[in-house]
Design a protein around this ligand. Structure first.
Ligand code: B12
Length: 244
């Protein structure tokens, strides 16, 4: 046996066989995808910058970073990836997102305040971080409450900042239930701004079952939704526009 084989990680050999990263037509985006799926933290910044030289940051996010996480999800769901690989891929995606955010820059225009958070008990914040980056790039002042945010803290932040829009992300069926609690508390206390809820666990049926709730399918919807909210479009009208 060659010395190089002594420390072979057989789980990684298995992964290599089972990974089916869709070979995109674009070689630069493919490199970004591969780096995220492989958790290649050393090269992701270089690959994202190469892709950014040819593509809009939104394309790199949607077609490179988010698609790669879809593949990571498949590998996790099929039992090929475990927590360590998934954490490394997530960190790699975030490093890539940072570069895209730098490229998008921050608009000088300050349109209005949006509060974002990831649900109580939930640490899955990649979707929220994409939403944050897109909102900032589009001139919104983002009050980022972070992940695993207690219902009480979300309600208090709304009272303090009086945002034009509130967003929530939840990836677990056990944590998304925080959203209707938040909406009910806000409604009871006289707030009626749109509360856009997204994340893998969250469905249109669930979010439209409580007042204020609007379902957000893709992070890219956050800036146009926030534009509407700032322009005074009501949550009922926004629900009609985005959820029917
Ligand atoms: C990455 C990942 C992790 C990472 C999270 C890293 C991070 N910083 O987020 C790590 C490894 C830490 C992790 C941990 C765990 N995970 Co996990 N994880 C995943 C995985 C593989 C991918 C999720 C992801 O990031 N997707 C990519 C992002 C970009 O997608 P997204 O958030 O949905 O966002 C998109 C849209 O929803 C939308 N969106 C999101 N928010 C918003 C908001 C607005 C306003 C708008 C408009 C749009 C929008 O925009 C994005 C696309 O453009 C999923 C698998 C899956 N099938 O989903 C499991 C999954 C979510 N995890 C799961 C579990 C169980 C766990 C653990 C409990 C595991 C454990 N045994 O410890 C812990 C959770 C601990 C906790 N308390 O939260 C389960 C949840 C099951 C359930 N339904 O309840 C899943 C579904 C896996 C599975 N099939 O079992 N996980």
């Amino acid at each position: 046996m060659a010395i190089a084989d002594v420390f072979v990680r057989y789980d990684l050999k298995k992964e290599a066989a089972e990974k089916k990263v869709a070979a995109g037509k674009d070689a630069l985006l493919q490199k970004v995808m591969d780096a995220v799926v492989d958790g290649d933290e050393d090269n992701i910044v270089a690959y994202v910058n190469e892709a950014l030289a040819a593509h809009d940051p939104l394309v790199v996010i949607r077609e490179g970073l988010v698609k790669a996480m879809d593949e990571v999800s498949r590998l996790w769901d099929e039992g090929v990836y475990y927590l360590p690989q998934t954490i490394i891929s997530s960190d790699t995606m975030l490093a890539g997102l940072d570069e895209c955010e730098k490229k998008m820059g921050h608009s000088m225009e300050k349109k209005g305040v949006v509060i974002t958070h990831t649900a109580e008990g939930d640490i899955h914040d990649l979707g929220q971080q994409i939403v944050n980056a897109l909102l900032r790039a589009n001139g919104f002042q983002v009050v980022d409450l972070g992940k695993d945010v207690p219902v009480d803290d979300v309600v208090s932040a709304v009272k303090q900042y009086k945002p034009a829009m509130l967003t929530g992300t939840a990836l677990m069926t056990t944590t998304m239930t925080a959203f209707n609690k938040i909406a009910n508390r806000l409604k009871r206390d006289g707030f009626d701004m749109p509360f856009v809820c997204g994340g893998g666990a969250v469905s249109l049926e669930y979010v439209t079952s409580f007042d204020l709730g609007i379902w957000g399918k893709e992070a890219q919807q956050a800036p146009p939704m926030a534009n509407d909210a700032v322009a005074g479009v009501s949550w009922t009208k926004m629900r009609e526009k985005y959820n029917s």
